[in-house]
Design a protein around this ligand. Structure first.
Ligand SMILES: [Zn+2]
Length: 134
């Protein structure tokens, strides 16, 4: 399994495209371990007040506000501090792809380089979504 083998979403997308090209309808059965990262999932977490730990294990976080138009959201820590600026889903997706295709490791320090100050929270979020188990 090469680096690409780690990215199920990408692999499935490619298989679907191939299937289309071959005129075959492909049904991918969800047998692969997969994380639950998606915009829908973020919204679901907000709706149900799902809390998750930051990577340092010191802050219990939750998503407090979602901006559907900008596709961004705010995270609050347990002392009630709201993260500013809001986190853009597009940025999150970018980091997420890099993690699953092996460009970077799921570590606060690594993510901080891409999204300054957010490493701790994003790592916690991705772990909550099972990205470290895929
Ligand atoms: Zn993931």
């Amino acid at each position: 399994m090469g680096k690409e083998g780690l990215c199920w979403e990408g692999a499935i997308k490619r298989l679907r495209q191939q299937g289309k090209q071959d005129g075959i309808v492909m049904e991918i059965i969800e047998i692969f371990p997969k994380c639950s990262f998606s915009w829908e999932k973020i919204k679901e977490m907000k709706e149900h007040d799902i809390k998750f730990w930051a990577a340092d294990g010191l802050n219990l976080l939750y998503i407090v506000e979602i901006d559907e138009k900008r596709k961004s959201f705010y995270v609050v820590n347990q002392s009630g501090r709201i993260s500013w600026p809001p986190l853009k889903y597009q940025k999150l997706e970018e980091v997420h792809n890099k993690i699953h295709n092996g460009e970077i490791t799921l570590l606060s320090y690594e993510i901080d380089k891409l999204v300054p100050t957010w490493g701790n929270y994003i790592t916690g979020l991705f772990k909550h979504l099972g990205c470290d188990k895929v």
